[in-house]
Ligand binder design. Structure first.
Ligand code: MTE
Length: 347
């Protein structure tokens, strides 16, 4: 992102495991030996002790950060066969929850190692506000909202602007279904997303005061209503871990990952194009549309290929596809998107 260059060797300190049960048992065993602190200290960072308003224990590992009070109704949800990724494997869940971007939690050292700093953050209970150009303002309890939605699972490619990628099975519902409940007026041309603002629970909001908190993002209404646009409340058949955006986040698989706002508290429908977090910080590097496109290099690096992260300590360099492989869904939204190599263009 703005000041972050692609990190050098991608490495996980914790052992990977595909099932949470096996992983949790191992953690319990280490704890029972009293070795947890030693084992975790190998990561170079201690667990965050920033809790100021919470009794939540600091996490012992990347999969211990699923909030205990997250609703589990409807999990695991049935996989929607329309959204699969045939050409690459699903990334191991421990990998997807160990290598993250969530600047509200940045602390020191390895910025991708988000999970140790999530202990104080309480994702439930949660309210979601709907404001702006809508028939009426609404405020929902998120647990009630999740229970009222028919959850489904979709396997999507996920591509970060930093040129790494993963493949993730997300659980949630289409953004269009949520927007229908918001009852926007015909004058709503855009929808803006505001994320959580709790400096007492989020160390990054205390430390990185140069960022314009809270994180904010936005979409055109036709993008938001596209059937690919997804609200994730879970992944790998369970509720979202905190570092992956608990309690709810956007997943927009044809766009760079930073468009997928995490821990959203408000949807605001507007007539004019809203500003976005990274665009405000670095307008010459991060545009409003930010569609995945191998033909448009980032001003500081190529976007023609990406480091796919399937497993612990494994990286594969693979070519990047236009719209991240979702051409058939979204090409009609972007007639001007270059199909041949171009210079840096910020859209
Ligand atoms: N949302 C919030 N609120 N704060 C963030 O820092 N980072 C973005 C996006 N959503 C971010 C955010 C970026 S840069 C990326 S690549 C993805 O979240 C990372 O999602 P992941 O960590 O679950 O892979």
């Amino acid at each position: 992102m703005a000041n972050i260059i692609i990190p050098p060797a991608w490495q996980l300190k914790e052992n990977a495991s595909t099932t949470k049960a096996a992983y949790t048992n191992r953690r319990r065993f280490i704890k029972s030996l009293g070795l947890g602190g030693i084992a975790l200290a190998t990561g170079g960072l201690g667990c965050s002790r920033n809790a100021q308003s919470s009794n939540a224990p600091d996490p012992d590992g990347p999969l211990d950060t699923i909030p205990e009070n997250a609703p589990r109704d409807g999990l695991p949800a049935e996989r929607n066969p329309a959204y699969t990724v045939p050409e690459r494997p699903v990334t191991e869940r421990l990998v997807a929850s160990s290598y993250n971007n969530f600047y509200e939690f940045i602390n020191q050292g390895n910025l991708k190692r988000v999970w140790p700093h999530t202990g104080a953050y309480e994702a439930f209970p949660w309210t979601l506000q709907v404001r702006g150009r809508v028939e009426e303002d609404q405020t929902w309890d998120l647990s009630d909202l999740i229970r009222s939605m028919a959850l489904e699972e979709r396997v999507y490619r996920f591509r970060c602007v930093e040129a790494w990628s993963i493949t993730v099975p997300w659980t949630g519902f289409s953004l269009s279904k949520l927007i229908e409940r918001c009852k926007p007026l015909s004058s709503a041309n855009y929808v803006a997303f505001t994320c959580v603002n709790r400096p007492n629970q989020l160390p990054g909001q205390r430390i990185a005061t140069w960022y314009p908190w809270p994180y904010f993002e936005a979409l055109r209404m036709d993008e938001a209503m596209n059937e690919l646009a997804f609200v994730a409340t879970g992944m790998y058949g369970e509720p979202l871990p905190k570092q992956n955006g608990s309690p709810l986040r956007l997943v927009l698989p044809w766009k760079y990952g930073y468009k997928g706002a995490k821990a959203i508290v408000r949807l605001q429908f507007t007539r004019n194009q809203p500003n976005t977090f990274w665009n405000e910080l670095q307008p010459r590097e991060y545009g409003f549309l930010s569609n995945v496109n191998p033909n448009i290099p980032h001003p500081r690096w190529s976007q023609a290929s990406e480091r796919f992260l399937p497993r612990e300590n494994v990286e594969e360099q693979i070519p990047t596809q236009i719209f991240n492989g979702y051409d058939q869904w979204v090409a009609g939204l972007y007639p001007d998107e270059p199909r041949q190599p171009a210079g840096p263009i910020i859209r």
